[in-house]
Design a protein around this ligand. Structure first.
Ligand SMILES: [Zn+2]
Length: 87
């Protein structure tokens, strides 16, 4: 599922989400050069690593962006518009 998202950059609000596999994405903030490695359940950002120790269910906005792309990709027709904008 959602294999069509791989190797395509998606813009989600102010984040660029780039999947390197169907469940692993690189996330870059437009005003920041740090590239994060994010899955639907984990993220390499400091916020997630710190908060997830206190709250195992915590999701940073990078994880939310990855989940949003995957959710919309499942609904989208194959070959439809590649850029998904936020609300
Ligand atoms: Zn994060």
């Amino acid at each position: 599922m959602a294999a069509n998202v791989v190797k395509t950059p998606f813009l989600v609000n102010d984040l660029v989400v780039y999947f390197v596999s169907p469940r692993v994405a690189h996330v870059v903030e437009v005003d920041c050069r740090i590239e994060l490695t994010t899955t639907p359940d984990s993220c390499t950002c400091c916020t997630f690593r710190f908060r997830s120790r206190l709250d195992p269910d915590y999701r940073c906005r990078h994880i939310e962006a990855v989940r949003q792309v995957l959710k919309q990709a499942r609904r989208a027709d194959p070959g439809s518009e590649q850029v998904i904008c936020g609300h």
